[in-house]
Design a protein around this ligand. Sequence first.
Ligand SMILES: [Zn+2]
Length: 330
Amino acid sequence: MSIPYPWLEPYRQSIATTINQGRLPHALLLTGQPGMGKAGFADFLAQMLLCEQPQQDASPCGRCPACTLFKAGSHPDFHYVSFEINEKTGKLRDSIVVDQIRELARTLSLMSHSGGHKVAVISPANAMNINAANSLLKTLEEPSDNTVLVLVSDQPGHLPATLRSRCQRFQLGVQDRAPVLEWLAAQLDTPVPEVYLQLAGNAPLEALRLARLDALESRQKHFAELVDILDGRAAPLAVALAWSKDEDLQAVRWLRDWLMDLLRIRMTGQRGGVPGQDIIEGLEALAGRLDCKVMFEQLDRINRLLHMAGSSLNRQLMMEDILLAWADQG
Ligand SMILES: [Zn+2]
């Protein structure tokens, strides 16, 4: 079996070397922004460790009983810890709680079923609450034999430093764009413009999502709507209503990126390096018109909107606030 995402091959090689040299750490921390393939990589890594007939380069064979069990989601030495349903409320919890980590520690203290590695993936690791993180720390301080813990997080800064320091960290990123563009083209059966990768901050799975949505066109349309609001050709409340109907709030995510681009242009006076090259002329024209203080206030509002779990009415009201403040700058 080869690694599912070609851009992660250098990390696979480096982990394979530590496996072959018998110095794999007890805990690994996989970090990197969303869309980098961390979850797929954690699975592949687990399968590398569990496979009974690994290839010479330490990749899993994909055919042995262990690989078959793993693919069926029933390998007894693999444990996956994530959000669980709260039995009292029937709803998905928004954190990983201490009971889950205690149960994991108990399971890992037992003999492995196959006589080989025991592997646990905790994802997203930053969702552990403080008690859960402390409990995991104890497990890491007294690791049982042949146990490998894989922590996955796009916000490693939210993990306690004591926990981070006990893990070997792999910060996943794209080192070379060419194989990523080839991979994207193969997924969609057509070449994918590089601008998608730029817009996704070089995160390939996010680039794929945007390309699937044909997002370039809608992005340019949303940008034109903002200019229209400033010039008095569009009503902010009507645009706010339309934008808040999208569950993903993609238009607001674009607006957040544009505000950052605008601030960068304003502060450095340079347009190079700004990811939004598809609308760079429009951005430059806007950069001179907007007030930096208001732009920072807008970013604040947008971040609150993106992180709140409110009703759709609340979302719409916040969107109205943002676009009314935007219109005020016209
Ligand atoms: Zn195998």
